[in-house]
Design a protein around this ligand. Structure first.
Ligand code: CP
Length: 328
């Protein structure tokens, strides 16, 4: 079978989205959240989506599945651990099989960067990238944006333009090298006027991370970085991707763990409260303490709810040709 064009409604990278499309997705997320359950469940009744996961996931998989079900979509989960993928079936053949069985959209998580492009071109179906290797996690960046808009003073989720986050600094700390979340956020947030500061040791944050583009800089000193930030987004050390890299975990904790003491010092230096975020899964006691993760500045649990709401809008966009029209 020859390759086809990428289907409208796909989301493979945050770069696929104009600011107007981002505004439309966030607005739809709010409309769908406010809609009575019964009405919402009729929007995509009779439609079918496949969740194709080659890597473990709790938040992304569950929120896509619950989002789909809440819109009336029939879902099927295919995991690499319990399918013919274990027998060596290719991504292409798995995708074509799901399409033959009636899938109209595929949500894909895959360890190889670029895999969603292969699946989108071979199946012709809308594909939603649920995280590909160290490349991108675009729905995570959208839910992170929605969380920030809820908390940062003077912002509203229906006002998306080049200055929506002007004057805000988002600090992303940790394993930047392997983080698709960092990449998607660093690509998206400067387009809305935010300054993105990356922080971490050279092993996890090489200088060429600056290749991420305008509006993105590096600050190695965590306390200096916190003093400038409005948002502190902490990242997990991805042990599964650290092959061949020796990291002194105790030294890392001393230099980069987000603690109450560090938050208090940042507040004293600029008289402002930070918003604490983490895409999950967290390793408590490593990049973040219990007290901060569960503390009053933490939006971590809220991020998960935003994930459900944003992913509803993404599924509606993938499966509904009239997505651009208001539904409420
Ligand atoms: N944030 C995130 O992608 O979490 P999961 O790996 O649990 O989906």
């Amino acid at each position: 079978m020859s390759e086809t064009a990428i289907a409208p409604g796909s989301l493979l990278s945050v770069e696929d989205l104009s600011l107007a499309e981002i505004a439309s997705i966030l607005q739809r997320a709010s409309e769908l959240a406010a809609m009575p359950h019964r009405e919402r469940a009729g929007l995509l009744a009779g439609r079918t989506a496949a969740l194709l996961f080659y890597e473990s996931s709790t938040r992304t998989r569950t929120s896509f599945e619950l989002a789909a079900k809440s819109l009336g979509v029939t879902t099927t989960l295919v995991s690499d651990k319990s399918s013919s993928i274990e027998k060596g079936e290719s991504l292409k053949d798995t995708g074509l099989t799901l399409r033959s069985l009636g899938a109209e959209c595929i949500v894909l998580r895959h360890p190889a960067s670029g895999a969603p492009y292969v699946l989108a071109r071979t199946t012709g179906l809308p594909v939603l990238n649920a995280g590909d290797g160290t490349h991108e996690h675009p729905s995570q960046a959208l839910l992170d944006l929605r969380t920030m808009l809820t908390h940062l003073p003077g912002r509203a989720d229906d006002a998306i333009h080049a200055k929506t986050l002007a004057g805000s600094t988002v600090l992303i700390t940790g394993d930047i090298l392997h983080s698709r979340v960092a990449r998607s956020n660093a690509m998206l947030l400067p387009r809305l006027g935010a300054r993105v500061v990356l922080c971490g040791p050279p092993e996890l944050l090489p200088e060429d991370a600056l290749g991420l583009g305008e509006g993105v800089s590096i600050e190695r000193d965590f306390d200096r970085a916190l003093a400038q930030a409005d948002v502190a987004m902490m990242l997990r050390i991805q042990r599964e991707r650290l092959v061949g890299l020796e990291l002194d975990i105790l030294a890392y904790i001393a230099a980069y763990q987000l603690t109450e003491e560090r938050l208090a010092a940042a507040k004293r230096s600029r008289d402002h409260e930070l918003l604490v975020m983490h895409p999950g899964p967290m390793i408590r006691g490593l990049e973040i303490t219990d007290a901060v993760a569960d503390g009053p500045r933490s939006a971590i649990v809220e991020q998960v709810r935003h994930g459900l709401e944003v992913r509803r809008a993404l599924l509606l966009r993938a499966l509904s040709p009239d997505f651009g029209e208001r539904i409420a």
